[in-house]
Design a protein around this ligand. Structure first.
Ligand SMILES: Cc1cc2nc3c(=O)[nH]c(=O)nc-3n(C[C@H](O)[C@H](O)[C@H](O)COP(=O)(O)O)c2cc1C
Length: 211
């Protein structure tokens, strides 16, 4: 079983990496393989709503997004981490996630996901909500911890004093590992994943309403 962790900070070695490493350590202790992917500090194109991905495989911009969706199809879980910038996740991770989920949504169905937020002071829960919305529109199982998943510190040197934040990361890893094992056991014991329907698409005023 494998989990991909994405560092949505331009700093490859900052607070977000510190927090993701804590989740990864906790998962590794439970025998879950992990890989951390840094989005880095180069510009990431946002979604231009061109519709290319509706009729082709992948996004029209053949970059880290297409690479990630390919990798995502082979793993079981995801942790997306971001610092707070002006009360929201980084523009970088939002550009990345908009394109990942728009072009590759089906890859995520019935897999597990969690978001991790780092910050100096304020804006954690608003940012947490933004990332969790990618999971809850994609039929993913969202993993909880004993607090909303954030670690405080303007730098990783200060973040190491946020003991409660670190414990929250540790428990997040344990909860994620447990659900991954439970899903695997369910498969082994022939408990099928839920059968979903995708028949309806209404924009609040449907054809039926017009009749
Ligand atoms: C442009 C910018 C905006 C920021 N906005 C906030 C904010 O709204 N609230 C906050 O608590 N910290 C804010 N910060 C601080 C970062 O969230 C914090 O330093 C975080 O730990 C950085 O993570 P990193 O080391 O992984 O990049 C901001 C930092 C930058 C560069």
């Amino acid at each position: 079983m494998k989990v991909l962790l994405v560092n949505g900070s331009p700093n490859v070695n900052g607070t977000t990496k510190f927090a993701l490493n804590e989740v990864a350590k906790s998962l590794n202790e439970e025998g879950i393989e992990t890989e951390i992917i840094d989005l880095g500090n180069k510009a990431i194109n946002d979604c231009i709503a061109c519709g290319y991905c509706a009729s082709h495989e992948g996004c029209v911009f053949n970059d880290i997004v297409n690479e990630f969706v390919k990798k995502a199809s082979e793993v079981d879980g995801f942790v997306f981490g971001s610092p707070v910038y002006y009360g929201h996740p980084t523009g970088r991770i939002l550009s990345f996630l908009d394109r990942v989920f728009y072009s590759g949504k089906s890859v995520f169905k019935h897999k597990v996901g969690a978001s991790v937020i780092t910050l100096r002071r304020s804006g954690a829960t608003a940012s947490f909500d933004v990332i969790n919305k990618y999971f809850t529109i994609s039929n993913m199982f969202v993993i909880p911890s004993n607090y909303w998943n954030n670690v405080h510190g303007p730098s990783k040197e200060e973040a190491k004093y946020d003991l409660e934040g670190i414990e929250t990361m540790h428990n997040l890893g344990k909860n994620m590992a447990y659900l991954l094992k439970a899903i695997s056991l369910a498969k082994e014991n022939n408990l099928p994943l839920p059968k979903l329907t995708f028949n309806e698409r209404t924009n609040f005023i449907s054809e039926k309403d017009k009749m």
